[in-house]
Design a protein around this ligand. Structure first.
Ligand code: PLP
Length: 359
């Protein structure tokens, strides 16, 4: 990003002067890279500010387009940026929540009890952002394509972590956020098979699909990450697979903790645990030793509400307070895993000792 922006300058891609034209070239090169990563053609990609905007825009567009089919379908596993716009529309359109299994997977059998001819859209994410549980989004897309029900797939948690071929998937729309891959925050993609009504109107940027001056720095970084992943993604995925398996093996020896989702049903780099105690004091002590972990989802951290995802999986409110999430990334090194496990084991044993003394 530094190189491109210092060589080409901060052009506005809508300007006709040379710097503007260079900016537009950069944007189109990035779009090509992202298209290769997603297995699609560049014309189906719109750059937006992130998955939140893409999810909001997709829900609104499908709901408006399919007013005559007013049933919106999703599950409580979806990210709030899918659930909340659906709930806002609930006065005019009905929202149906699909059942969820105790392993955190949406149960598509629930679709058979609903009238598909009334469905305006179905949203099924590719992997859950809290538990890492993999979802049957490909099956949902195929189901929707057979019945002309548009299926929106939130791919935020899986892009770069598995091979994708969106054009052949049957999906009607999809979303992702660049910062999950290592691009800057504030850039994302709304992919759609056909043009959707834009959320922002004004200028003619993004071929009229998303008004507003483009986030050139964000787009350039997303393009660079996409190019890198097309070349090295498979190696990185194998590395994460190995590290994830190792982390689970190490954590298996810590007394009292349980894995929320079996290894083969979750993203390799997301390990969701139920601790034998509330997670908050553990998280604080981990942070004091430079371990960055999460409780529930990062979006709801700091909000004392129990996670909708965990409640949907059948956890009680009390149990949901004991959830801890550990995520691996491209910067994680193998040695850090045993060190982190040692620190976590020590914290849990100290807290158990303190609880015994105070009894
Ligand atoms: N969807 C999923 C599955 C996510 O994990 C996130 C962020 O964590 C989002 C949507 C929203 O992304 P952003 O906050 O970048 O808009």
């Amino acid at each position: 990003m530094e190189r491109w922006l210092s060589e080409d300058g901060w052009g506005n891609a809508s300007s006709v002067h040379a710097t503007g034209r260079k900016a537009q070239e950069r944007i189109e090169a990035a779009r090509d890279g992202v298209a290769r990563l997603l297995g699609t053609r560049p014309g189906r990609i719109s750059f937006v500010s992130g998955a939140t905007e893409a999810n909001n825009a997709a829900v609104a567009a499908w709901a408006v387009r399919n007013r005559a089919r007013p049933m919106l379908v999703a599950s409580r596993l979806e990210h709030p940026s899918v659930q909340e716009p659906m709930l806002r529309l609930a006065a005019a359109q009905s929202v149906e929540w699909l059942p969820v299994t105790s392993q955190g997977r949406v149960d598509l059998d629930g679709l058979e009890t609903l009238p598909s001819e009334h469905m305006g859209m179905l949203a099924v994410m590719a992997a859950n952002n809290e538990t890492g549980a993999l979802q049957p989004w490909r099956e949902a897309c195929a189901w929707g394509a057979e019945r002309s029900v548009p299926v929106h797939a939130d791919l935020t948690q899986v892009v770069g972590k598995m091979a994708l071929s969106l054009d052949g998937s049957g999906a009607a729309s999809a979303s992702l956020s660049g910062h999950k891959l290592g691009a800057l925050a504030g850039i994302g993609v709304l992919w759609s098979r056909e043009d959707l009504a834009p959320m922002t109107v004004g200028g003619a940027q993004e071929r009229g699909r998303r008004a507003g001056t483009e986030n050139l720095a964000g787009i350039v970084t997303l393009g660079a990450v996409a190019d890198w992943l097309v070349r090295h993604g498979a190696e990185e995925q194998a590395r994460t697979q190995r590290l994830g398996a190792r982390l689970r093996e190490l954590l298996g020896s810590v007394p009292g903790i349980a894995f929320s989702v079996p290894q083969d049903k979750a993203l390799a780099g997301t390990v969701h645990l139920r601790l034998p105690t509330d997670a908050e004091p553990v998280l604080i002590r981990l942070d004091m030793q430079s371990v960055c972990a999460s409780m529930g989802s990062a979006c709801s951290a700091g909000v004392a509400k129990p996670s909708r995802t965990l409640l949907a999986m059948g956890w009680t409110e009390r149990e949901s307070r004991s959830a801890l999430r550990l995520s691996l990334g491209w910067s994680t090194e193998e040695g850090e895993l045993s060190e982190m496990t040692r620190i976590l084991g020590q914290i849990l044993s100290n807290l158990a000792g303190a609880a015994r003394t105070s009894e």
